[in-house]
Design a protein around this ligand. Structure first.
Ligand code: DHB
Ligand code: FE
Length: 286
């Protein structure tokens, strides 16, 4: 047993995550949409004013200003802007984007979504290694409209970390689509996905975000979670996450993305090892 090597490997894998998140984001988002100059001016002025107000209020020194510059440069060099923004800002963006909905609650997408995961039947197994570790988890439920109409053929995209807290395509050494799958609901809108329970996730500790977290004495944890995108023609796409009761970080998620409606209620399976968790999705019509 070599603890030092385990830790080295953990750090080495974490180091790649931020950089990969930047590359991925660039591939998905082209130049960015045009925003009209009145809006740019308004938002940029308000953001700059807000930061200036902190400087005056807090009597920020030149040493602190230079530490900030050094750190901001490093966030870019480490490719950690997607990580930083998704942890500290996306929850508010999501709140504004989805406050009109009356169906299921959404939450942040985070930096690790990849479109196009392999498609399986409504009762499929998510792609995983033959010796994938972690407690078996059957995730099942029904997709409906907010009026209760079942939505046959609804698309359920699911991605999550493995039992070490790592995501395929972002940490090295994990098969491309591991623990990433697309499932189409059956005739009655029902689905059943076989997977394993993910581990809690730690923001990479070796990059700029980890440096901030350590310097501030915060913790770097997100509770264990399943990521989902649920969609059907004529309905708004739902991007959400589901959490496991009892996780110590459900109450202090560093990304502020947990909501009480997003807690699963996993129950032990009758005859086999592991859990079954049932969750129904209600989509808002467009
Ligand atoms: C981050 C990672 C996640 O797995 C997630 O769901 C949200 C944010 C991050 O490192 O920024
Ligand atoms: Fe995540």
């Amino acid at each position: 047993m070599s603890t030092t090597n385990d830790i080295d490997e953990f750090v080495a894998r974490a180091a790649e995550s931020g950089k990969n998140a930047t590359d991925r984001f660039r591939q998905r988002e082209s130049a960015g949409s045009e925003t009209d100059s009145v809006r740019v001016s308004r938002l940029a002025s308000r953001a700059i004013q807000a930061i200036n107000a902190v400087v005056i209020d807090e009597r920020v020194t030149y040493d602190e200003y230079n530490a900030l510059k050094t750190w901001l440069i490093r966030v870019g060099e480490d490719g950690e802007w997607p990580l930083f923004l998704d942890v500290f800002l996306e929850h508010s963006i999501e709140q504004v984007a989805n406050e009109h909905r009356s169906g299921s609650k959404g939450t942040i997408e985070g930096p690790y979504y990849v479109p196009g995961a392999p498609e399986g039947p409504w009762n499929g197994e998510i792609p995983m290694r033959a010796d994938e570790s972690g407690r078996p988890l059957v995730f099942q439920g029904q997709v409906r409209g907010i009026d209760g109409t079942p939505l046959p053929g609804a698309k359920i995209e699911m991605w999550h970390a493995d039992s070490d807290g790592f995501y395929s395509q972002f940490a090295p050494g994990i098969a491309e689509w591991n623990l990433r799958g697309t499932f189409l609901a059956g005739d009655d809108g029902r689905f059943e996905v076989h997977t394993i329970q993910p581990a809690p996730y730690q923001i990479p500790t070796d990059g700029a975000c980890g440096q901030l977290i350590a310097a501030a004495g915060w913790h770097a944890w997100r509770p264990a979670h399943l990521h989902l995108k649920v969609s059907h023609e004529g309905y708004e796409l739902l991007t959400t996450q589901l959490y496991f009761p009892g996780d110590p970080h459900n109450d202090d998620d560093i990304a502020g993305a947990v909501k009480p409606e997003l807690l699963l209620d996993p129950r032990p399976r009758a005859s086999e090892d592991g859990y079954v968790a049932t969750y129904d999705f209600e989509l808002d019509p467009v």
